[in-house]
Ligand binder design. Structure first.
Ligand code: KG4
Ligand code: ZN
Length: 375
């Protein structure tokens, strides 16, 4: 474990989608200050508009950083390292957030570090703020199911920087499927919470909906066929408003189908990675209580721990970005070169796990060897 006291407190920025977030962490991962601004404008437009999101991040960041420093009782000069999400995500937001962090780093003469958003999500259960006083961080390896509006992946976390992606969606993410079906049912955006609420009034067996990929080997997901099946049941009503009971039954049946599919995929994942000690769920869809309950049952049947970070740390936030930076620094990784470019698509496997300290030296050709490592 490297001594990282000279690299902390660190300030992290997250802007990969529609949440502008900033957090300050100390060397132990304690959250000294935190702020999140969820952009509201997208609701009226029925989804995240990338250009609007990027502009809103730019507008929000100066005040948000200032507020987070105030909450931590620190001045900008006290910050020893600036971290930001550099992918995957919407490129406009990634450019705004990472450029802002780089600008602060340059102005303060401090290092910068780019962090993978997915890595942030899947390392969150190890963040001290997530754990109750009587709990310990999940031991490696653990299985992480990341289900949000932007992601749907199943990953084994073998160590910091060592991940194995067991599967992911081949079309929509789980959150997208919830949002699209909610829209068909006449609910607002984001649709997941409203759909779950309506489903409480419905019968999950009322409609026989497909369970895409259920029973097939592997851990991939597919939701587009399920979404189309729901649309077919709505079609006969044409322009008429759906009777509330029909909408509630469809919501409950859809939620059940998604849960069944997820359960099937997780059972396959556990068969592929029998050594895992915990099952961790993250992302906005992890708020769904029917899904949570099923995953909890599966974990208990397999004698492993079930962990779901509190919702504010399950959804997009900057604490997870700061924590991933800390975990990497503790393993001896060095900060990034300021030229590190954001990547809208950035599979976890495409980062060298760790760059040994020795590579920090300027190479014989005169170029810094701290550039984004080649894939
Ligand atoms: O992680 P998140 O806040 O943002 C990203 O997409 O990164 O996730 C938002 C997604 C939305 O698609 C939303 O509909 C879904 O999470 N969601 C839910 C529930 N709460 C939020 N889906 C199902 N049930 C819920 N209770
Ligand atoms: Zn996310």
């Amino acid at each position: 474990m490297s001594d990282i006291s000279h690299l902390t407190p660190l300030l992290a920025i997250e802007t990969s989608c529609d949440d502008t977030a900033c957090a300050i962490l100390d060397a132990h991962g304690a959250l000294l200050g935190e702020s999140v601004l969820s952009q509201e404008d997208h609701a009226a437009l029925g989804g995240v508009v990338p250009e609007l999101a990027a502009r809103a991040h730019l507008k929000a960041l100066p005040e948000l950083v200032e507020l987070t420093l105030q909450r931590a009782g620190l001045e900008l000069e006290d910050i020893a390292l600036f971290a930001a999400t550099t992918g995957p995500g919407l490129i406009g937001g990634l450019i705004v957030g990472s450029s802002y962090a780089k600008g602060l780093a340059m102005a303060c003469g401090k290092p910068f570090m780019g962090i993978n958003h997915i890595e942030g999500h899947i390392l969150t259960p190890r963040l001290p703020a997530v754990l109750r006083p009587d709990e310990t961080a999940p031991a490696f390896p653990y299985l992480a199911l990341l289900v949000s509006g932007g992601h749907c992946q199943c990953i084994t976390v073998e160590d910091t920087g060592q991940y194995r992606r067991l599967g992911g969606t081949i079309d929509d993410s789980a959150g997208e499927a919830f949002d699209k079906v909610a829209k068909m049912l006449g609910l607002g955006w984001p649709g997941g919470p409203a759909l779950e609420k309506l489903a409480r009034e419905g019968d999950p067996q009322a409609y026989s909906l497909p369970r895409p990929l259920k029973g097939r080997p592997g851990c991939d997901f597919s939701f587009s066929g399920l979404k189309t099946a729901v649309a077919r049941h709505i079609e006969p009503y044409g322009r008429e408003a759906l009777p509330r009971q029909v909408a509630a039954d469809l919501a409950a049946s859809f939620q059940q189908a998604v849960t069944d599919v997820m359960a099937d995929r997780i059972l396959n994942a556990l068969a592929l990675a029998p050594q895992v000690t915990s099952l961790v769920v993250a992302g906005g869809v992890a708020a769904n209580s029917v899904l949570r309950q099923r995953l909890e049952e599966i974990a208990s049947q397999h004698g492993i721990t079930f962990l779901a970070p509190p919702l504010r740390l399950c959804t997009d936030n900057a604490a997870m970005i700061g924590w991933a930076a800390l975990e990497r620094l503790k393993q001896g990784e060095v900060p990034d070169d300021i030229t590190l470019a954001p990547r809208p698509r950035w599979p976890l496997s495409e980062r060298q796990p760790y760059r040994p300290q020795a590579t920090q030296e300027t190479s014989s050709t005169g170029h810094s060897s701290l550039m984004e490592p080649s894939v």
